[in-house]
Write a protein that binds this ligand. Sequence first.
Ligand code: C2E
Ligand code: CA
Ligand code: CA
Length: 445
Amino acid sequence: MRYWLRYYEKSRLAFHATHDALTGLGNRALFEDRLHQGVELAKRHNQQLAVLFIDLDEFKPINDTLGHSIGDQVLIHVARRLEKVVRPSDTLCRFGGDEFVLLLPDLNNVQQAEEIAERLLVELALPYRIERHELYLSASIGMALNDERLLHPEELLRQADMAMYKAKQQGRNNLQTFTQDINQKLTQRVTLRNDLQEAILNEQFELHYQPLLTREGRVKGFEALVRWNHPSKGSISPGLFIPIAEETGQIITLSQWVMERAANDFLALQAILPNHCRIAVNLSPMQFHRPSFLNTLHSTLEATGLSAHSLELELTEGILMNDTEAAIETLHALRTMGISIAIDDFGTGFSSLSYLRHLPVDKVKIDRSFIVNIAENGKDAAVVQGIIALAHHLDLLVVAEGVETSEQRQQLIALGCDVFQGYLFARPMPFEALKSWLEEQEILV
Ligand code: C2E
Ligand code: CA
Ligand code: CA
């Protein structure tokens, strides 16, 4: 009897050292052990081996809103579903959180691993019934395959992780296989991220300004667009570094710099500006959702001396999609201050036009992609016409961005568009150039 108890205790301890208490799956220690064995065997028998990194897409919101006990049950359900698909010789582990890792040794070919991954995606996407909730989840899977050049088995884990990151970027619920190309892109991102830190410290940024004009060609204001003058790589597009700064949180410092610089530049021009001109600044989602956003903005206006009536904020539909109620409240507060609000890249989001009705905004900026072919493509023209009709009905002004040709301008005027921005009128330009440009415009003011 004693002996059995002791034996039981011992094996229980051994189990805990190598297994995850919640799901009963293996843990990282077990995985690494099997990975070393697997790579050795694959080499000896000339077989293919794959590591799959499986990360749930929407687990955190479930955990946050429904509580940890539901979250735990979701993880257990996920574990059971994964087990259903894997073969007895495979090793399935949980590394903590919603990260699962699967080792597929002795494969005949790569397709076999892909088939398993596809089956996992299908299985995980079926609805989950947990207590009274019906939940839907998906996963992003990254896959790495062994090859002779591999120095350490652990490298496969890192590669699968990188491929998973790419799967997330591709819109989630999909499988990506590691390639050297992914490696390069990620390395580039990491370098940029470090460089960005330097850039913030050393103020390698500059603002360019692009005018917005009325139908008659009068200056209504201008949009501030940030530029990064990299010491060795030259000018880097905001399209490239803003998403990275978003991801790392560096956007907060950067946005603050943009806001202050834009305010100071605007004030320096005030003597030559027509009345009712505004400076438009792009807002990042992270900035907008910070609890301190309104207070910080308030302080910046006070510190710089910029009037709220001279400021316009541009935000995308995406910013308003999550936590809509809180977002609407913030918008109301901004408008009460006297700040004007424009919805940027309008038409590219997922929202229906009718949601505009609920938003306290002043303007919509129709995305450039609808303007590009407006003169030739009847469908694009119809969309633009629809947006303009609805916006006017709601008392909103309509801006067309990316106007490059006079045909586009003609067409937009015919459709009733109110404000124009694009290379046809002026490209974004440095502060000094804007000053000269404004002085030339004087006749029209
Ligand atoms: P956006 O807000 O949609 O800005 C308009 C973009 O279209 C700018 O690109 C502008 O240079 C470009 N553009 C303007 N007119 C034309 C035209 O006629 N033809 C063409 N082909 N393009 C035109 P840019 O400066 O590269 O900025 C890209 C994006 O980066 C911006 O898109 C904005 O989302 C973001 N961004 C720029 N500055 C800031 C900033 O200070 N803060 C934040 N959060 N985002 C910024
Ligand atoms: Ca914009
Ligand atoms: Ca835009």
